[in-house]
Design a binder for this molecule. Structure first.
Ligand SMILES: Cc1ncc(C[n+]2csc(CCOP(=O)(O)OP(=O)(O)O)c2C)c(N)n1
Length: 323
């Protein structure tokens, strides 16, 4: 099992801050009317993406969801291309034609955020089959929500991955709500991790507000997958601090009440304290880190704003893959 070294812990901390600040700035721009479309923020859930992706290299792959900014940042996507995509500019990761819910980058193994709930799960199984057939040691991680764990795609994707012992890790970010439906209204199982039993694979629930705990269980599952021992299911218990989408107050379905206690466990200050206690970070280093991230964000937003929009001539390009 990979130990959480100072270097890895600092990287995870930086990743969480990078995710949080990306979204805070994106929300400000969205509310100022600068960004088209919708935003689904993962604020509160950063420990999951950061803890899992700390194990992944560029050749490993992920599939993501409508709430995917955190996965993208954690997998190493650059602010420039992400903001440009949110601004619908041709310099974006998908040339401005995908937007927040459809960011992808083959070079860094991001097979796509996905507006179809559960849609990434069978894609991850398929990508893992490709890895297996090519005899590579890479893995695929599929992120999805508790709502997605009721989709046919979840059961079909995990079943075939288990049967063929594919190198894939299924990570359910259980934030207790599927859009405006509390979990008690959409599934009876107490632990989503228990669903792993139906497919004969390991299933483990973990505190998704604790990046060190996530890092540990993800390490075991990813090592297993790399060794050819097949898939695992991780249920990370977490909470989105905002409504389902930016603009949803969450008042109609009890989220506003539920979120109060979770905010006290905000993973960023909590992990910051963990690092301070070990003297792995101090105020000076923390300020430097945050300033650097903010400068990067300023530069990326400026780049996106100055980038051109795609033109009508681009409407019919990038539809089919050339093989
Ligand atoms: C196949 C499908 N069904 C329904 C929707 C509408 N929808 C969008 S997000 C969402 C809730 C998803 O909940 P969950 O998987 O728990 O993810 P979370 O939003 O909590 O991150 C739903 C039902 C959709 N986009 N795709």
């Amino acid at each position: 099992m990979a130990a959480l070294t100072k270097k890895t812990a600092l990287r995870i901390y930086e990743t969480m801050i990078r995710i949080r600040r990306f979204e805070v700035r994106a929300i400000e721009l969205f509310q100022a009317g600068e960004l088209p479309g919708f935003l689904h923020a993962c604020i509160g859930q950063e420990a999951v993406a950061a803890g899992v992706c700390a194990h992944l290299g560029d050749a490993d792959q992920i599939t993501s969801t409508h709430r995917g900014h955190g996965h993208m940042v954690a997998k190493g996507l650059k602010y420039e291309g992400m903001f440009a995509e949110l601004y619908a500019r041709s310099t974006g990761y998908c040339k401005g034609k995908g937007g927040s819910m459809h960011i992808a980058d083959q070079d860094l193994g991001v097979l796509g955020a996905n507006g179809i709930v559960g849609g990434g799960i069978p894609i991850a199984a398929g990508a893992a089959l490709g890895i297996q057939l090519q005899g590579r040691k890479d893995v695929v991680v599929s992120f999805f929500g508790d709502g997605a764990s009721n989709e046919g795609a979840f059961h079909e994707g995990i079943n075939i991955a288990a049967l063929w012992r594919l190198p894939v890790v299924f990570v359910c970010e259980n934030n207790g709500f599927a859009e405006s439906t509390p979990r008690s209204n959409h599934q009876t199982v107490r632990d989503i991790a228990d669903r792993a039993k139906a497919y004969g694979i390991p299933g483990v629930a973990v505190d998704g507000m604790d990046p060190a705990a996530v890092f540990e269980v993800a390490g075991e599952a990813i090592t297993r997958a790399r060794k050819g021992q097949g898939p695992s299911l991780i249920e990370a218990r977490t909470m989105r601090f905002l409504g389902h989408y930016v603009g949803d107050p969450g008042t109609a379905y009890g989220h506003d009440r539920e979120v109060v206690k979770w905010k006290k466990r905000d993973p960023i200050p909590a992990f910051g304290k963990f690092l301070e206690k070990r003297k792995w970070i101090g105020p000076k280093k923390e300020d430097e880190l945050r300033d650097r991230i903010e400068r990067e964000l300023d530069k990326a937003i400026d780049f996106a704003r100055k980038s051109p929009e795609p033109g009508p001539q681009d409407a019919m390009t990038d539809i089919y893959a050339s093989i």
